[in-house]
Design a protein around this ligand. Structure first.
Ligand SMILES: [Mn+2]
Length: 335
């Protein structure tokens, strides 16, 4: 989940606070016998881009490694160099594990806790610092931005492949340089990546113009199901199972569909209900920053941050009742 609520970066000598930490991470990566790269479940553009950039960096250093992330969605990431190397299960061989863009160990590989030491690189403020080395800096708009600085600190000029991966990471987590986490620094890094050979056109094509037709049909349902409440401040929609089954089921829903609802003029908060095969309902919340949706999600055990939150609840006794209870609470929350 990207964080589009970050304030502008402060300027110090470095864009990161602890150069010694980066040096230690670089030293451990370069000296490792075998590195396992891990991304979060349902990896987004930042996660996939960061993983593949790390893959190219390790390949350049001649460090053997593998990549794993679960439930890669229907995006266009397969057009990125190295994508086919991302497996679903981690290697038992790892001497060092690097988690990228992953706020908790549970969001990595289900049921797997590595025995080897962990390097944890992430920009989520809620990261639980589960590594032996934790480089957690919410000032960065994307984990890909952090990987860029790591490579730069190591004296590595990004290759064209690395530059494209990192530009994808920054493009997707800034909503194409539109969210409040976007500043001059993100544009500067992007400019450097483009000078290194990254193609904004290729990246936009991968991030936005590579959806399966089924995913666009599902988007159509989200838009036609949209309702407005709370005097125009709340938009919500839903994806019922019978609507998405003909298009491959909920797995074909594009990531971040809920943000579409926020594009309606005057809308402050939006909710998207996904009815799942498991008998549960996934609810995504977004806010423009005027309401803290993590407090709303927390009422049912969900989490997230001010502008983006989510939860998973049981569909009981019935989908409609679960949905209506959450909606009623949301409308009350906006009063
Ligand atoms: Mn991210």
């Amino acid at each position: 989940m990207h964080d589009d609520c970050n304030g502008p970066m402060s300027h110090t000598t470095y864009p990161y606070t602890n150069p010694q930490l980066l040096d230690e991470i670089i030293g451990q990566l370069r000296g490792a016998r075998f590195v396992q790269i891990i991304g979060h479940v349902n990896p987004d553009g930042d996660c996939v881009g960061s993983m593949l950039a790390m893959h190219h960096l390790l390949a350049m250093w001649g460090v053997p490694h593998a990549l794993a992330a679960q439930k890669i969605g229907p995006g266009g990431y397969d057009q990125l160099a190295g994508f086919e190397l991302i497996g679903a299960a981690p290697s038992a061989n790892a001497g060092l594990v690097v988690y990228l863009d992953t706020a908790t160990i549970e969001r990595g590989i289900e049921g797997w806790t590595p025995v080897a030491p962990i390097i944890n690189i992430d920009h989520h403020a809620g990261n639980t610092r589960f590594g032996a080395l934790n480089w957690i800096e919410p000032r960065f708009a994307a984990t890909g931005e952090m990987v860029y600085h790591l490579a730069a600190r190591a004296g590595v000029e990004p290759t064209v492949e690395m530059a494209n991966n990192l530009l994808l990471a920054i493009t997707t987590d800034t909503g194409s340089f539109r969210y409040s986490n976007t500043g001059a620094d993100q544009h500067r890094v992007a400019a450097n990546l483009i000078e290194a050979g990254a193609s904004p056109q290729l990246i936009a094509g991968i991030a936005y113009d590579s959806q399966p037709l089924e995913s666009l049909r599902i988007t159509g349902h989200v838009l036609s199901n949209m309702r407005i409440e709370a005097g125009g401040r709340l938009a919500w929609s839903e994806l019922r199972l019978e609507e998405v089954r003909p298009f491959g089921g909920p797995a074909n829903a594009p990531e971040n569909l809920v943000s579409l609802l926020r594009s309606v003029r005057g809308v402050r908060v939006c909710l998207l209900f996904h009815e799942l095969e498991s008998g549960r309902v996934r609810v995504n919340f977004r806010s423009d920053g005027s309401y803290d949706v993590s407090r709303l999600a927390a009422q049912w055990g969900g989490g997230g941050h001010e502008c983006a939150a989510g939860l998973m609840v049981r569909n009981s006794p019935a989908y409609d009742q679960t949905r209506d209870e959450i909606l009623a609470a949301a409308i009350k929350f906006l009063q």
